[in-house]
Structure formats: structure tokens, C-alpha cells
Design a protein around this ligand. Structure first.
Ligand code: ARG
Length: 617
């Protein structure tokens, strides 16, 4: 379905053409003087030079050709040559009708869907999730959903950090505590236990303990490195132990991500590609891309046009060990092999910008990816505390994600139960839903690359540019729709609405026609009858253009900006309109249809941001 601006630009283009000018001068934009008009066209000024004519004359010629058209209700020519425009109520209504009938509200689907992989989350096994894991989860999840909504085949991959020194550290510490366990007995031939010898909380204590010890004790560190090496070269006991660590850690991660409404299609990790590293390195060498530099193996990725420093991409360290880079390159190779993606999107901290630039160049240069494969890094900024410094606990430590979420849930619970009566269980569930909207919207409303201030007070507010405000708007619409259905559902056979209450209390089946029909669902959109209603309709009509931009620019913040404007337009209309007491039932039904469309569009949008709305709040 064409975009709204596209349609009216076409109409304008036709008028330019009919008046003897180039059609593409008829580009229409949203007015920057909303007090004067809804849209404007500056084509007359643009054409003045080419046609050696005063812009005012061109504009007048064009305006004349627009007489009697069905798209514009007002066309005024303003010096030096602006065409100020308003569209007809009918045209807007018809556009919205078409939108309402379309499964994607007018967003065109690609002729050939792409295969897109989104690499996000990136937690490390055995280390608890902390606030630093919030942004990749929130942003990545939204990007994944946007790509999918845009009609592509999308896979989200968590890319676990599951192959590093942390595994050797845990094994070493565990061996000190329980040397009798079979995992450490090289001569052991039997089966290893099915159950892990630790719980997640033990594991989360073991890792930092071991890490701290290794920093002070050289011998301990050497032992951990040796254990890591043994694991990586296939020692069966350490492998069995590694599986335990993975199982315990992954089920804990799944619980945490589920609470965030974040879902991965693939739970692959660094360990999955270790076997293909030697072949890849060999190929880089044989093809002449990799060479030795100070003992290490590197691929040069500098280009002549570079203005900034571009160090070579290191493939193997001088001791032959592989690195973060090596694993990422092997993962690209694996993904190309298994899924043939058209696009790979990585969501990490922007401090990895240079790193990904090197990786992408190396992948292209060595032919891991062809020229048609898009490699995109979305580097996000830092989540700061109120003081403008990276977010910390009150004690100044790194805050666990679980604790942060709990704090916000509690704050939300307090707010929700402050002014309303609600059963404890429902209040808790509602708090969780609203709190998640607060956190996610607070993050996503900013352009990802920017730093932002994590401000719980502001994010949890029911007013202003916040998640709870959006949810509040949706809940308000739901409640009107429900009341409308209730009103209509109990309809006296004879007599007007005024008798309804009486008939019900009379409770005589014969005079009351009661059913559970969804009356709102049968409502029909009508032409706007007020300015605020039209403004709401025009806001809705921006959906497909907005979403296309959000997809193409990988920019969830565009969805936030849109729904904030949409919620404002709705609330403005709502405050000016007595919907439920309107006596003209056709007019009322038109409003109800508009409310439904507003709600549907808002709900699709929040789902793309990764949260949902409660029934009440
Ligand atoms: N595990 C990494 C870290 O903690 C993040 C992984 C990001 N993804 C990637 N393909 N490199 O920093």
C-alpha cells in the first residue's frame, strides 16, 4: 500500500504536470506550520530557476489545476510560492479504511524475503547478568521483531561466551573444594553423574572467587589456564563438567531473558565453532590473506581511503591461541554455511565499533561473505546513572540485572496500588508488565548509539514520553471499547438507550435482547467531525512510512517517537469528545472504529518494542 505522503505527492505531481511543469516538483511534506496547514509543497520555489518564472506564478498555475480535485480540501498560495494544503476528510478516511483491512496496516511486504540474523545478548556463561546486559537484550530483541514484521526470515542468536578462561577458573576452584569428584581423575573410566555438582548460586559464587584468586596467585592462574587448555583439547572429565556448567547457566539465563520478554531462536555460542577454526586459519594462510607479524597471525584490513587508524585483524596470538576475533570470524563462516544470511546484524556496546569494522573487512576480504551480504553493527551507548556516570549500585558496584528489575517492579507496584484497589496478584502481574514497558521504552526511545540516563522516576511516570503513558493510553481505549460493548450488548427491543437500565432491572427476557457480540468490531470508520479527530487520523496514517524507516535504518526509536505522537493525538481527541454518551449512533460507531484502529496500531508497535499492555492499570 502506498504511503500517505506518496499518494498526496503524486496528486500534486499531476497538477504540476498539467500546468506544464515537471511532476517531481510536486513533493509534499508535513507542514512545518501546523497552525496554518497540514501539508506543504515547496516545488514552485524549486522550479523557479529552471522555468524562469516567479515561484508565485508557478504555485498559482498549479493551484488552478487542483480545483475540483478530491484529495485536497484547501490549497492556498503563500508568498514567495508555498502551496499550503489540507486534505479532505474523505481521503483520510478512505486511506485508513484500506489500512484497517490490511494485515500489516499498509506496510508492503518484500517480494523476496531476506534471511536476517541478529546477534545480540552475548552473555557469558557462569557470570550473572548485570545491567550491562540490558541494552543488547532490549535493542536486539526489538530489531529482531521489526525485521520479522517487515516480512523477512529472521533468526536471533544469543552468541554465548562459553569457551573462555572462566571455564578453566571454575574447574580449578571446584577441584580445590572437591578433589574427590570424578571429573578431575584422569584415569576415571565410568560414567559421569547426570546432576551438576553445584547450583546456579554456587556457580555464581565460584566464578568471582576463582577470578579474584587467579589475579593474586600466579600458580592458581597457571592451573586455570591449563584446565582451559585441557577442556579445549577434549579432556573428557572437563568436558562433562563443562556440560554441567552450561546446563545450569543456560537454564538460569533462559529464566532471566524470559522475564525480559526476550527470546532467542538459537542458543549457539563460541564453543560451537571451535572445530572449524583450524580449517579457516589454514585457508586464510593458503589464500595469502594472513601473514605473520611479531609472531602473531594477522590479516591486514587497512584501506587507502582510511583517515583513522586501522590495525590489522589478529587471527592467532603468538602462542597459537585463538581470540575473540577468531571465533567471530568462524561464526560468520558457520552462519554463511548453515543459513546463507543476506544480512547479519550485531548489537553490542559501541566501544566495539572498531572491532566490528575490522571483523567485517576481514570477512569480506577473505571471502567469508560475498559483496551482497550486508554486515551491520549497531553499537549502543552507555546506560548512565543520574549523575551521568555509568550506572552502578548504591554501593558503587555492578548491579545484577535481576536486582534492578526487582527494584523497578517494586516501585511500579507502589505506584499502582497507591490510588487503586486491586487484588495483590493482579497488582503484581500488572506491575511487572508496566515496569517492563518503563525499562524498555526508556531505553528504546533514545537513538541506540547515544548514551542515556537511566532514571527510574522518570521512566515509571504515567505522564510524558514513557512506556507507562503509552500503556495507560491503550488501557484507556480498551476500557472504552469494553463499555461500548456492554452498552450495546444490552439493548431493549423497543425504546431508546434511555430505557435500557430499566429493562435490565425489570429483567424480563422478552424485552431485553442480550448477547455477547463484539459491537466494536462491527463499527465502521467515518469522516472526521473535529480537528482533533482528523489529527488523530493523520497520525495513524503515518504508520507504514514510519515502520519502513525503522526497519531500513535499524532504528527502534522511530517507533517510540511515533507512538508517543499517536498517544498524544488520541488523548487530545479523547478529552474533547464524549464518546460513550454520544446519541448519534453512527457518529459514535465511527469513533469506536477509530479507537480500535488506534489501539491495534499501538499494540503492534509495543510488541515490536518487546512489551505488552495489561487489561487494567
Ligand atoms: N560475550 C561478549 C561480551 O561479553 C559479547 C558478544 C557479542 N557478540 C559477538 N558476536 N561478538 O563482550
Amino acid at each position: 500500500m502506498k504511503k500517505f505522503l506518496e499518494l498526496i505527492s503524486e496528486e500534486m505531481g499531476k497538477a504540476f504536470e498539467a500546468a506544464g511543469y515537471q511532476a517531481d516538483l510536486g513533493k509534499v511534506t508535513i507542514s512545518n506550520r501546523p497552525d496554518l496547514c497540514e501539508y506543504q509543497c515547496n516545488g514552485a520555489m524549486a522550479g523557479a530557476k529552471q522555468y524562469h518564472k516567479a515561484p508565485l506564478m508557478i504555485a498559482n498555475d498549479v493551484a488552478e489545476k487542483l480545483q475540483g480535485n478530491t484529495v485536497f480540501s484547501e490549497i492556498s498560495v503563500v508568498a514567495p510560492g508555498f502551496l499550503n494544503l489540507k486534505v479532505t476528510e474523505k481521503f483520510v478516511k478512505e486511506y485508513l479504511q484500506e489500512m484497517r483491512a490490511d494485515a500489516k496496516f499498509g506496510l508492503d511486504m518484500p517480494e523476496k524475503p531476506q534471511m536476517i540474523m541478529v546477534d545480540y545478548g552475548g552473555p557469558n556463561i557462569a557470570k550473572p547478568l548485570h545491567v550491562g546486559h540490558l541494552r543488547p537484550a532490549i535493542i536486539g530483541e526489538s530489531i529482531k521483531r521489526i525485521c520479522r514484521y517487515a516480512g523477512h526470515n529472521v533468526l536471533g542468536d544469543i552468541h554465548l561466551g562459553d569457551w573462555g578462561l572462566q571455564m578453566g577458573l571454575i574447574a580449578t576452584e571446584l577441584k580445590k573444594r572437591h578433589p574427590e569428584l570424578p571429573y578431575f581423575d584422569e584415569a576415571y573410566q565410568g560414567e559421569y553423574p547426570k546432576e551438576a555438582p553445584f547450583t546456579i548460586s554456587e556457580l555464581e559464587e565460584i566464578y568471582p572467587t576463582a577470578s579474584a584468586k587467579s589475579k593474586e596467585d600466579e600458580a592458581y592462574k597457571a592451573e586455570a589456564m591449563e584446565a582451559t587448555y585441557q577442556l579445549q583439547t577434549g579432556a573428557p572429565g572437563l568436558r562433562a563438567l563443562w556440560h554441567h556448567i552450561m546446563d545450569v547457566s543456560v537454564s538460569d539465563l533462559k529464566r532471566n531473558y524470559t522475564d525480559l520478554n526476550v527470546e532467542f531462536d538459537l542458543w549457539k555460542g563460541e564453543s560451537d565453532v571451535q572445530d572449524i577454526i583450524p580449517g579457516m586459519v589454514e585457508k586464510f594462510k593458503n589464500d595469502g590473506y594472513a601473514h605473520e607479524s611479531e609472531g602473531a597471525l594477522v590479516v591486514d584490513v587497512k584501506e587507502e581511503t582510511d583517515t583513522k587508524e586501522m590495525p590489522p585483524c589478529m587471527i592467532l596470538k603468538s602462542d597459537g591461541a585463538s581470540l575473540y576475533n577468531t571465533t567471530d570470524l568462524a561464526t560468520i563462516m558457520d552462519r554463511m554455511d548453515k543459513y546463507q544470511p543476506d544480512k547479519l546484524i550485531y548489537v553490542t556496546d559501541k566501544r566495539q565499533n572498531l572491532y566490528f569494522e575490522q571483523i567485517f573487512r576481514c570477512a569480506r576480504k577473505t571471502g567469508l561473505t560475498g559483496p551482497e551480504t550486508q554486515l551491520i553493527h549497531i553499537g549502543f551507548g552507555t546506560m548512565n546513572g543520574k549523575g551521568g556516570k555509568p550506572f552502578k549500585t548504591r554501593e558503587g558496584g555492578v548491579m545484577r540485572l535481576e536486582n534492578l528489575i526487582r527494584e523497578i517492579n517494586e516501585e511500579m507496584y507502589r505506584k499502582i496500588t497507591e490510588n487503586r484497589e486491586m487484588e495483590k496478584e493482579e497488582a503484581e502481574e500488572t506491575s511487572r508488565i508496566v515496569a517492563l514497558s518503563a525499562v524498555k521504552y526508556g531505553d528504546l526511545a533514545n537513538q541506540a548509539s547515544k548514551d542515556y540516563i537511566f532514571d527510574i522516576d522518570r521512566f515509571t511516570s504515567f505522564e510524558g514520553d514513557t512506556g507507562p503513558y503509552i500503556l495507560y493510553t491503550i488501557v484507556r481505549i480498551k476500557s472504552i471499547l469494553k463499555k461500548y460493548d456492554e452498552q450495546k450488548g444490552i439493548k431493549p427491543v423497543s425504546g431508546g438507550i434511555d430505557n435500557a437500565a430499566e429493562s435490565v432491572s425489570g429483567c424480563s427476557e422478552s424485552v431485553v435482547e442480550s448477547n455477547n457480540d463484539n459491537f466494536a468490531g462491527k463499527s465502521v470508520l467515518r469522516e472526521a467531525t473535529s480537528e482533533s479527530e482528523k489529527a488523530l487520523m493523520l497520525e495513524i496514517a503515518k504508520f507504514n512510512a514510519m515502520l519502513e524507516a525503522a526497519y531500513e535504518e535499524v532504528a527502534p526509536h522511530k517507533i517510540c517517537a511515533y507512538i508517543y505522537d499517536l498517544a498524544n493525538a488520541f488523548n487530545h481527541f479523547y478529552h474533547e469528545t464524549k464518546i460513550l454518551t454520544e446519541e448519534d449512533s453512527e457518529k459514535q460507531s465511527g469513533w469506536i472504529a477509530l479507537l480500535m484502529l488506534t489501539k491495534d496500531v499501538l499494540e503492534v508497535c509495543i510488541d515490536l518494542l518487546g512489551f505488552s499492555a495489561p487489561e487494567r492499570m
